[in-house]
Design a protein around this ligand. Sequence first.
Ligand code: KG4
Ligand code: ZN
Length: 334
Amino acid sequence: MAIESSCDDTGAAVLRGRQVLSNEVAGQSVHEFYGGVVPELASRAHQSNIVPVVNAALNKAGVSKTDLDAIAVTRGPGLMGSLLVGNSFAKTLSLALNIPIIYVDHMRAHILAHFIDDGSPTPTFPFLSLTVSGGHTQIVLVKDELEMEVLGTTLDDAAGEAFDKAAKILGLGYPGGPQIDKLAKTGDAEKFHFTKPRIEGLDMSFSGLKSSFLYLVQREMKADPEFLNKNLNHICASFQKTVVDYLISKVSKAADQFKVDKIALAGGVSANSYLRTSLQKEANLKGRAVYVPKFEYCTDNAAMIGIAAHFMYNRGQFGRLDEQPDPRLSFTHS
Ligand code: KG4
Ligand code: ZN
């Protein structure tokens, strides 16, 4: 069984080998009102969700607690209060059932979601992962299930965060990514232009783009208070194109530099329809293969924690009960 509670979704999944028997997730609508995740409220919601979500995962899988061989949990990165709920629960289960505990890195788990046995094609090693979520933006060289190297990372905001902040400026709800994606479908992506971040190498930056976006909206609204009503779809399409083109240019550069012809998307932003189609188009031109996990394995979920734990279990990488969650857990090399 795997548990994920790093941010605002409480997830529990049961896996047998690489097969997902159940993958339950309880979202937290409490944050919508604030336009972002409120850590204290997230911890409280995890506390009320975790028992029902775990029970639902066991019921759906048709297994009882005593059938479990190991318990996996996200160790970090994430919000400390949220992580503590999942970690305390997992430790208790490990102790009560006398089964090993496996602490999983959330970022690696996003990448390993590709190895869930669901009939979709699995990348072979080595491949590049473009991991894009609400908290992180990384280009990772994946050498095998456990050996990974971060080639580039954002120096400030994450790509998903950029979507969420832009949506907030536009008065759209949280999370903003899916709403911008939807509105962008009918918009003209060439209508507005934003200052593109200029960062050398494979690192990235999104905070300047957010400011450029804010200034444009403020300036236009001053000139015409109806600006947003008239241009919401265009501004969403233009912003989305700027972020996505930037991500693709970086990952494409990494693919050339490291001579890797397989690119895998991971993290919540990989649900973005324009990112998926543009990356595929670029890959077709360059003779590369693109891999995208099933939608439910892109956003935060416990099945990805389970698949990462599966590989760790096979190598005997178990945790101790006195270990702490790590909100800033990160890797540059494995
Ligand atoms: O991986 P995830 O569920 O959680 C984190 O680990 O952060 O990613 C959530 C992020 C949010 O920022 C959300 O706005 C973004 O993924 N997102 C999208 C889309 N769906 C989710 N961004 C752009 N387009 C989407 N369709
Ligand atoms: Zn995530």
